[in-house]
Ligand binder design. Sequence first.
Ligand code: B12
Length: 341
Amino acid sequence: MFTASEVSARTGVLAVTLRQWERRYGFPSPARSESGYRLYSPQDLARIEVMQAFLRDGVPAGRAAELTVRGFLPGEGQPLDNPSTSPAERERAGEAWSGALLRALMTPDMTAANRILAEAQLHLSVEDVLLGVMAPALVGVGELWARGEITVAHEHHASAFLRGRITALLDAEGEATTGPLLVAACAPGEQHELGLLMLVLVLRRRGVRVTYLGANTPLGDLAIFARQLGAQGILLAMNGTWALEATQNQWSDLNGLELPLFLGGGLMNARPELAAALGGIYAGPDAAQATQIILQQLSDPDSAQPRSVEASAVQELQTNATQPQTTHTKTTQTKTTEEKA
Ligand code: B12
């Protein structure tokens, strides 16, 4: 067995880094001496060297730890996560896991849901798991709910489970210490946060520092926070017309920030022109494309769409938004025909 300083001397990894990996990734998992000191086994030592090799290859720390813990070696292709696997094959695999995940969530059988996600994570990149497995399962949940085939309880349970899995991946990824700094929030009145969380994770994996605030964020408070942090940009999620009026009313609270304001989410995907009408930048339909657009914009600010102060698109949508919304707060049994429309 080796003490932390012996491991440091052999591998060059500082004791403080070893403790950080242990805390963040659950690896290495040293035994303890009688007096409480960490003792590393030869296997721990070997894994630390594998982790270092992944890091030298440019693999982000969270992913490197994930691969190391699963017993992969640098350069060793995984069945579906290597360049020789076609996007179509990865898509088909994602669809199969996504269907299985949806069934498990609706049963509900959380042991199966965990197993399916673990398998998917073993074979697909984190991005493919988020966008090809979890996101379609969530869309499936929404369709079942809208057709009155599942209860609000089923939807809440599935959302809470997936939120937990995404935040676990975020924790495992850890925070970069360099790189552009962004603040991410849901617009005022917006409760849908899972898509934005996915984007935060994808961006962090590209070395962007993103501070995540959460659902329903007043824009004035967001501005104060972004200024205090010295952020270089803001991500704002808007998924439905329910968030539009408050966002437009509070938009002037962002005046003077002089930062790119990236907009996305379901509403923006349906009406991309609203982003410029509000005064922001539409950053793309999903987390993968948004990441590219955001990185491009941060490195070349002139590439942004021109900002416009035309509010007519927003006003027109607000007028149409007065029609009744379906509600997740009613059970399937009590939904009226009008609400389902
Ligand atoms: C889970 C869920 C909820 C949960 C959210 C829990 C949570 N913690 O997030 C709760 C219960 C709160 C909820 C509430 C409501 N919901 Co809901 N909900 C859903 C559901 C099932 C999943 C949402 C989701 O996570 N989707 C998956 C993610 C991955 O997709 P995404 O959000 O589009 O994100 C991607 C991109 O848009 C982009 N992106 C996302 N954010 C951002 C931000 C930026 C800056 C950028 C660049 C990109 C970006 O990247 C993401 C990843 O690729 C959807 C079904 C669906 N089709 O999505 C319905 C759905 C969105 N809800 C719906 C409705 C109607 C509602 C309610 C109005 C019901 C009600 N009256 O109570 C409320 C509105 C609450 C509010 N004020 O926000 C409808 C919306 C229909 C419409 N007209 O738009 C849907 C589509 C269900 C349906 N089929 O009818 N909901």
